[in-house]
Design a protein around this ligand. Structure first.
Ligand SMILES: [Zn+2]
Length: 281
């Protein structure tokens, strides 16, 4: 089953979680489109007016073969994949046509039911949000909001509503960093001839096994994919010197670029997530 499709629950309202950007006027804007949500009923429409070859699509949102519809996550853990959710998290009630996947749902109609705003959101902006969304229960305590307005648990979700992705893999980051450093140490530091090769081979084996073990568990979705990617990147980093100078140029250089770009993207998103009010085009 995919993240956002494959299952069409036949029940009434489904509650799920999502984040918003807060505009200068207190409007709640989606991360990837600019029009703010309304207080009360919101109805999704497909923005892809034309299909392949210019044929009109004209379908109601959401459509199983399209990406349209209102998105909401099934659990706090899944919602936190977006950094904005660390400061703004809403429980939305969804109904009409709903399509569910492993991470959350896409819905035709939705209403913001409750909203948690972290301490980073300034009080004057909170007042603007309250004035613009009088029907929404605004919380400054996140646990209280989730307890009062819990997301609906669907069988297709990977994580239960209040579950966070497995924390056990926090060990991965320092171990991966140590392996990266190991990969650039002068070989004579790692023992006599052949010593470095043995240490590297052991590390390569360790990260290959870790990638396979993490990849087989499908319980934490995107976090698991990212961790598998980190393991395989470390393997490539350590394998590169065995291929001589071409290995360093063709394997290590791209890894440094990807790591740098990833870091820049992460830092930009983190800054945008803490910006109140957000820049709305
Ligand atoms: Zn569509």
């Amino acid at each position: 089953m995919e993240s956002w499709g494959g299952y069409e629950p036949q029940v009434g309202e489904i509650r799920a979680l999502r984040t918003f950007r807060i505009g200068p006027g207190g409007g709640l804007h989606p991360l990837f489109s600019d029009p703010p949500w309304c207080d009360g009923l919101n109805t999704a429409r497909c923005l892809r007016a034309e299909g392949p070859g210019g044929a009109p699509r004209g379908h109601a949102a959401p459509d199983p073969d399209c990406t349209c519809g209102f998105y909401a996550y099934g659990s706090e853990g899944a919602a936190e994949e977006q950094q904005h959710a660390r400061h703004v998290l809403a429980t939305v009630a969804c109904w009409g046509h709903v399509i569910a996947g492993t991470r959350g749902i896409r819905a035709e109609q939705a209403r913001i039911e409750a909203l948690w705003l972290s301490g980073a959101v300034p009080e004057p902006l909170v007042r603007l949000v309250r004035a613009r969304y009088p029907s929404v229960a605004v919380y400054r305590d996140r646990a209280a909001m989730v307890a009062d307005h819990p997301p609906t648990e669907l069988d297709c979700y990977e994580l239960s509503p209040t579950e966070r992705p497995s924390r056990t893999r926090l060990w991965l980051w320092p171990v991966a960093a140590a392996a990266v450093v190991l990969g650039v140490l002068p070989t004579r530091w790692l023992g006599a001839a052949g010593g470095a090769g043995t240490v590297w081979l052991a590390a390569i084996g360790f990260f290959l096994v870790a990638a396979m073990v993490i990849g087989r568990r499908r319980s934490s979705g995107r976090a698991a994919q990212r961790d598998v990617f980190v393991c395989l990147a470390v393997v490539m980093w350590l394998v590169a010197p065995f291929a001589g100078p071409p290995g360093l140029i063709l394997l290590r250089l791209p890894l440094v670029e990807v790591a740098f770009l990833g870091l820049v993207h992460w830092a930009r998103t983190a800054r945008a997530a803490r910006q109140f009010p957000a820049d709305i085009a």
